[in-house]
Design a protein around this ligand. Sequence first.
Ligand code: SF4
Length: 373
Amino acid sequence: MSVKTGVVEPELGETRLCPEPWLHPAIRADGGVMRCCFGGLDFGIVGAESSFSQILNSDSARLSREQLLSGRLDEVCRMCPRFPIVKLEEYRSYIESMRRHAGALSGALTDAVVPISVWLEMTSQCNLRCVYCHQAGANWISDDLPPAAIDAVIQELILLGVKRVSLTGRGENTFMPGWEKYAERLLDAGVSVVIITNLARPITDHEARIFARMSNVGVSIDTVDRAVFKRVRTSDVRIVLENVVKIMATVRKQPNPDFRMGWTAVVSADVAPGFLDLAATAVALGVSRVEFQCLIGLGGEQNNRLATIDEMPIDVAVGVARAVRDAEQFLINKLGPDGVFVAAGLRTFIDKSMGAQPQEQSQSIWEVLAKDE
Ligand code: SF4
């Protein structure tokens, strides 16, 4: 299996500068509460026997925090591309300060604090079968969080004072009928809501108004070429673009100063030739930022999935790198340095293959979504 490239692993006495198991836990559609949206270690299952807040202080929740504090990381944390490596002493001071900031003046370092944001996957079903996605694999099993469990979790998040909920997951949350009423309840309670969505189903006016009240709408869109989109994303890109326009128009009618829309493209040889068109379309439609993310060799059947950049013939990989770099330069010119993000593994390859000077990285949408208010 291929994983993201360009990731250096921590050595003895080091760990990752990651606050996720305290500040940004994630709830899956099967009820599992994870330490972060990457998974790897469950804190417990929300349901009749345990509330979300009880699970935040479970033995395995404490264990996952202890792993980071001690540097005894499992493979997922070792290979994690999201957080830099730091010395253990530095990490301990960081966690002490983070806990004080969160209002935890006593207790063990492994104790829970009120999370700043929670990733809430209401369903792991999806309306698409993108060729590179785990959903395209034969063994993918989908779950829906039962309405009673969603109600209870949302109630608890509001009472706990969680500032932000990310309606994101391994599936498509907007595929769940009535998803917008849950988003509305959070928004009405003053919770900031962000989402990553494929927008591949025609949305209603009411859904457009809900999206327009969010602080960040991340749209998964790899290309604006109809034939390529159909082949790779198994849907009609015109629906996505029509929905984008509808949401942008709604934001004009009900102004929301916090609103941002970002687009995310998964980089493969199939879509790379269209990156400049993708970038130009994003700018034309008022999108704030475009991200180029690494393809991870997880999706689809092994014999038909797309090649990751380290698996491509070198001339193809260099062409892909050039396409990303050209789109990146265009976006920097039009939107400034925060208008584009290139994932670490791609960045490394581009800089090596193009002989370019390493560029300063802005934050990825995951980091933006996880950022403290
Ligand atoms: S996988 Fe990454 S984000 Fe998740 S807990 Fe480990 S270091 Fe943090």
